[in-house]
Design a protein around this ligand. Sequence first.
Ligand code: 5GP
Length: 244
Amino acid sequence: MNRTNIIHDGVSIKIYETDEPDKVIISFTDDITAYYKIKKAVIRDKGLYCNNISCMIFRHLVKGGIPVHFIRQISDREQLCRKVDVIPMEVIVRNVIAGSMAQRLGIEEGMVPNDTIFDICYKSDELGDPIINDYHAIALGLATRAELDEIYSITKRVNDILFPLFKGIGITLVDFKIEFGRLPDGSLVLADDITPDSARFWDIETGMKLDKDRFRHDAGKVGLAYKTVYERLASVTDNSDCDE
Ligand code: 5GP
């Protein structure tokens, strides 16, 4: 599979067209940014850890029957995916209160809500990805009521699969952000990577943060945190679709 034109030149991922029009190659970089790209750095091997973490998670989700864009891992930094029409909406799952929700509502980080919390945000750099509700999403034409129902249903299943997976490797899946896309036939698939860039992982025993918050808050050991998630996941998942 050869990569051709670049179609998305992001900070941590680049997306390339391939010689097959319905497939793309996603390539992970070592770059990291926070606070709307004001803070920037390069973390050695972050791309390798994030690609491998995301591939392991996707393989696990496929086994659990979740529709995904992921096809297979190509190399340590690249994965082959179905080309989708991405919906500009972030779906955030919160098992433990942290980050923006703690700040916005004045809740102490670490509080466990009675029930899992689902937020949706309109993906817009100019507007700063504002939090929206279902009515806004429908009014903005992002998704229909039926699609939103399906998105929430898939997202809940993703959380039901991933929370115990991470618990089994001594990590609390605090929260994560995912995105969805439409295949040419209109069907919805999970179309985003899940990595320590887009999720919060807390070590159950020590409470150590194993995610991008280490970078956001200058806590150091960012690479070590990503490597820890990678190594623990690798010890319990298989990588049978890997080309190399
Ligand atoms: P928060 O609402 O606290 O900013 O984020 C909740 C979760 O979603 C965190 O795990 C955070 O990393 C992830 N998240 C929120 N917005 C974005 C985003 O624009 N990009 C990425 N990669 N992750 C996000």
